[in-house]
Ligand binder design. Structure first.
Ligand SMILES: Cc1ncc(COP(=O)(O)O)c(C=O)c1O
Length: 390
């Protein structure tokens, strides 16, 4: 390894919500709570990125700034190198984060009351945004079979064919269950949406962090006709830059792009964020390759640890993301009780599966993008606490 993934940066008493605002998620969190909740990583950002950001700070000026041709070319080249996906730089738009992109798309491509499909259990902000924008939540729950998740295409077809359904939010790779969808699955979804005139928003913010040997496929690449697809991606998750609030929205459809441009007008992101993205997409392939190895190791470590110390909790190795999706259902405890044991007795903070929809009942999401020493301490606390209930 050329990079150090064995030390967690000190983030207590900083602006970090993961460490300093745990009470946002649980009122029982305290000074000694170890956080494994919100989706950011406890690793230092790649030195190449830090160098680029510091260079920008050293210019001592932070006036209005705009992405240049090189910025877009670096982004384009990353997508080509990592996913063999050719995009036209003219179709990339900048947003202040994936959720900002998503909210804007909901506004421009659907109307109040319209149905928007999600596939629960899924990233909780999808449902939140739909409700906040007064659209109707249409759930096409994933089907679980012994820890493996699949899509219910028959039901998806029925839901998409409802005249009121105008949009679908796809999570690819899927947070929290960790599926990396196959080319067949993606072209099937795309086909259903296209035939039913449903705009397909493919949230690919976790795309870079698949298991070694498993390839993420952009939905727009898998689709036979991609004209109804909008892709959201960026450096937030992969490089731990979520706080820099910059992400990409990629259009395949000129009309939708024109609507976006009309609503958003010019985007003038901050120069430090742009320098970070440019450095990430230019210099950090090796850093990501090493990070993927570290996450693969942490997943294997967690699975083995649970098998030895708390075998009643089941876990499958996910194909993507840095989450372990843990099945507590055989413990026969309510979700409220599981959450309470986790925080009050183990003193670790995870995200209870119920937050991801009713289908997350009995599950817990563990963010394991942290040094193995921190993970081991968390698992030890978890296993000690839950052993008392087996
Ligand atoms: C699937 C998914 N989309 C979007 C987000 C939020 O991304 P951003 O911080 O870029 O708005 C997250 C964060 O966890 C996520 O998991």
């Amino acid at each position: 390894m050329n990079y150090n993934f064995t030390q967690a940066p000190k983030r207590k008493e900083t602006f970090s919500i993961k460490w300093s605002a745990m009470s946002m998620w649980s009122k029982y969190a305290n000074d000694q709570t170890l956080p494994f909740w919100v989706a950011d990583m406890d690793f230092d950002v790649a030195p190449e990125i830090i160098h680029a950001m510091k260079t920008e700070v050293d210019r001592l000026t932070f006036g209005y700034s705009a992405p240049n041709a090189d910025y877009f070319e670096r982004t384009q080249q990353w997508l080509e190198r990592r996913f063999d996906w050719q995009v036209d730089t003219g179709n990339i738009r900048i947003a202040a984060g994936t959720l900002h992109g998503l909210a804007t798309l909901i506004n421009i491509a659907s109307n109040p009351g319209d149905g928007i499909i999600i596939q629960s259990p899924v990233y909780h902000q999808f449902a939140e945004l739909i409700k906040k924008h007064k659209r109707t939540l249409v759930d096409n729950p994933l089907v679980e079979d012994n820890g493996q998740y699949f899509m219910n295409f028959d039901q998806l077809e029925t839901l998409a064919s409802e005249p009121t359904t105008t949009m679908m939010l796809l999570c690819s790779p899927h947070n929290p269950v960790g599926r990396v969808w196959t080319a067949d699955e993606l072209s099937h979804i795309s086909d259903i949406c296209q035939r039913n005139d449903v705009v397909l928003v493919s949230d690919e913010i976790h795309a870079d962090l698949t298991r070694i040997g498993i390839q993420h496929i952009p939905t727009a690449k898998a689709a036979v006709d991609s004209s109804h697809i909008v892709t959201l991606n960026g450096t937030g998750k992969t490089f731990n830059l979520a706080g820099m609030h910059i992400s990409h929205t990629l259009f395949e459809n000129d009309e939708l792009k024109a609507q976006w441009d009309k609503v958003v007008r010019v985007t003038l992101p901050n120069p430090i964020s742009m320098a970070a993205v440019q450095a990430a997409y230019t210099h950090c392939d090796h850093w990501v390759d090493e990070l993927r190895q570290v996450i693969d190791d942490n997943l294997a470590f967690t699975k083995a640890y649970l098998e030895q110390h708390l075998p009643v909790v089941k876990m499958s190795i996910p194909q993507g993301t840095y989450f372990a999706w843990l099945d507590f259902r055989s413990l026969d405890l309510t979700d409220k009780k599981i959450d309470e044991i986790m925080i009050k007795e183990a003193n670790i903070l995870l995200e209870g599966g119920r937050a991801f929809g009713a289908t997350g009942k009995g599950w817990q999401r563990l963010n394991l993008a942290c040094p193995q020493s921190m993970l081991e301490e968390g698992l030890s606390r978890m296993c000690d606490a839950f052993s008392r209930y087996t």
